[in-house]
Design a protein around this ligand. Structure first.
Ligand code: THU
Length: 136
């Protein structure tokens, strides 16, 4: 099923991210996050955060999922869901927003918590005035 044939399946993507969250490796923050990326051709790639004792080597769930999609050859990302057990729907960090603007500039981002609270924005809304390759 491709983008032109269907509306953005927010709930399905959030469900996939919620399942992926169970694989999070978070011995330091104890803050598991799950993500799911949907390509315009209908493939889903999931991710979770993977932490490291050298904290800077930690990778967020969104980047794991996006890098999986891109490494499988996908350049057209329709949407990204991110789920955490936070009080409010979890917003992507600044590094993930920069990665999203590079690899998924047209994407919709669905943020959710475990209680069913949702917020949907575009990548462009989440990162106004971005740095991009055009400046180089
Ligand atoms: N984290 C994510 O995976 N995604 C977000 O959107 C926010 C933060 C992770 C990074 C780290 O493993 C933990 O959450 C606490 O910052």
């Amino acid at each position: 099923m491709e983008k032109q044939d269907m509306s953005f399946p927010v709930e399905h993507l959030i469900n996939q991210a919620t399942i992926a969250r169970k694989n999070a490796y978070t011995p330091y923050s104890h803050f598991p996050v799950g993500a799911a990326v949907l390509t315009t051709t209908g493939e889903v790639y999931t991710g979770c955060n993977i932490e490291n004792s050298s904290y800077g080597a930690t990778c967020c769930a969104e980047r794991v999922a996006l890098f999986k999609a891109v490494s499988q050859g996908h350049r057209d990302i329709w949407g990204i869901a991110v789920v955490a057990g936070s009080q409010e729907p979890v917003p992507p960090c600044g590094i993930c927003r920069q990665v999203m603007i590079e690899l998924a500039p047209q994407a919709v981002v669905a943020m959710a918590n475990l209680e069913g609270k949702r917020e949907v924005r575009t990548v462009a809304e989440l990162l106004p005035s971005p740095f991009g390759g055009g400046f180089l």
